[in-house]
Design a protein around this ligand. Structure first.
Ligand SMILES: Cc1ncc(COP(=O)(O)O)c(C=O)c1O
Length: 307
């Protein structure tokens, strides 16, 4: 028997095909929704599905919602429990992507945020690699990253992803795997759906959270891993041309995971292969998220064993 996909919608588990919104919905008209993207990795040896960094993702969702005056009727901890229930209801035994959304749900023709009801929904779908992790070719986009004073960068706002879609679409139409966006000040911000790290002379460098980036959960994990591995790191602005002379570059995010960059604007990075520091961090990261590391308990939530 084929199991029917389930969603968590308006407080309960329902068949995914019943988790629908009407075209009059405020979020559909104005982009007034915030969302998250989480991954859960299947570990066949453990017969276990591990949700990666569940609590930090839902804490960010609650912060995003706060910025947009969207009410989320659950705490981050409760949302983790609902996610476990959702994944169990779907009986997934493969890698999956989880998409929670909190949105302005009223049928209101009104540009604004206050006095408009909110709702919450979440679904999950099987997902493998989103971009190749073995080495990608990127371009600096002619689309600038929306700045925090236009649409808050640290909130994961649905409407803001038009900016990401334009840059990603341009890069892909031009034959690249991904786009790196500059901020309003002309300095490196991030990619369309991931944060960027650069290695120069053995030091790991990433732009600050004030560079109009999403405050990435994976970015934070990479910084913690680098600390443990004794890799020196600096948070500072990055110029566009530093990308061309970097020793290593990689993107990180829930969707892209850790993807080494082998060229920028058709200029090879170093010898045109994923660099050694990138590979080391990639290895530790993939062991961690798949529950293969001793310390995975701090990073992942098992779905079937129970929290
Ligand atoms: C614009 C943007 N930046 C960065 C990231 C990486 O964030 P995280 O590591 O929390 O998935 C994402 C993905 O969610 C994103 O959409």
């Amino acid at each position: 028997m084929v199991r029917q996909p389930m969603a968590f919608f308006k407080g309960e588990l329902v068949p995914l095909k019943e988790a629908n919104v009407n075209i009059t919905t405020h979020a559909f008209n104005y982009g007034t929704a915030v969302f998250e993207g989480l991954r859960a990795y299947w570990n066949a040896d453990h017969e276990e599905l591990y949700i990666v960094q569940a609590e930090p993702h839902f804490a960010r969702l609650v912060r995003s919602a706060r910025i947009l005056r969207i009410d989320v009727p659950f705490t981050a901890g409760e949302l983790v429990s609902h996610t476990v229930s959702l994944l169990r209801a779907n009986a997934f035994r493969e890698d999956v992507y989880i998409r929670p959304l909190a949105y302005k749900s009223d049928a209101a023709i009104k540009v604004g945020l206050s006095g408009i009801a909110s709702a919450f929904g979440m679904f999950a779908v099987p997902m493998g690699d989103y971009v190749p992790t073995k080495g990608i070719n990127v371009a600096v986009s002619s689309w600038r990253r929306i700045s925090d004073n236009m649409i808050p960068s640290r909130a994961k706002v649905s409407g803001a992803y038009v900016n990401a879609a334009l840059s990603s679409d341009q890069a892909k139409s031009d034959g690249y795997d991904e786009a790196i966006m500059l901020g309003d000040d002309g300095q490196v911000s991030e990619a369309s759906s991931s944060n960027l790290f650069m290695v120069r002379q053995g030091t790991l460098i990433t732009p600050p959270i004030t560079a109009d980036i999403l405050e990435g959960i994976t970015r934070q994990v990479v910084m913690e891993l680098a600390e443990e591995l004794g890799i020196p790191q600096v948070v500072r602005p990055i110029d566009r041309t530093e990308l061309y002379v970097a020793d290593e570059l990689f993107l990180c995010g829930t969707g892209v995971q850790l993807a080494g960059i082998i060229s920028v604007d058709r200029r090879p990075i170093a010898d045109g292969r994923t660099g050694p520091i990138t590979q080391t961090i990639q290895q530790v990261y993939f062991d961690l998220v798949r529950g293969r590391s001793d310390r995975h308990c701090d990073f992942v939530t098992p779905v079937y064993e129970g929290p």
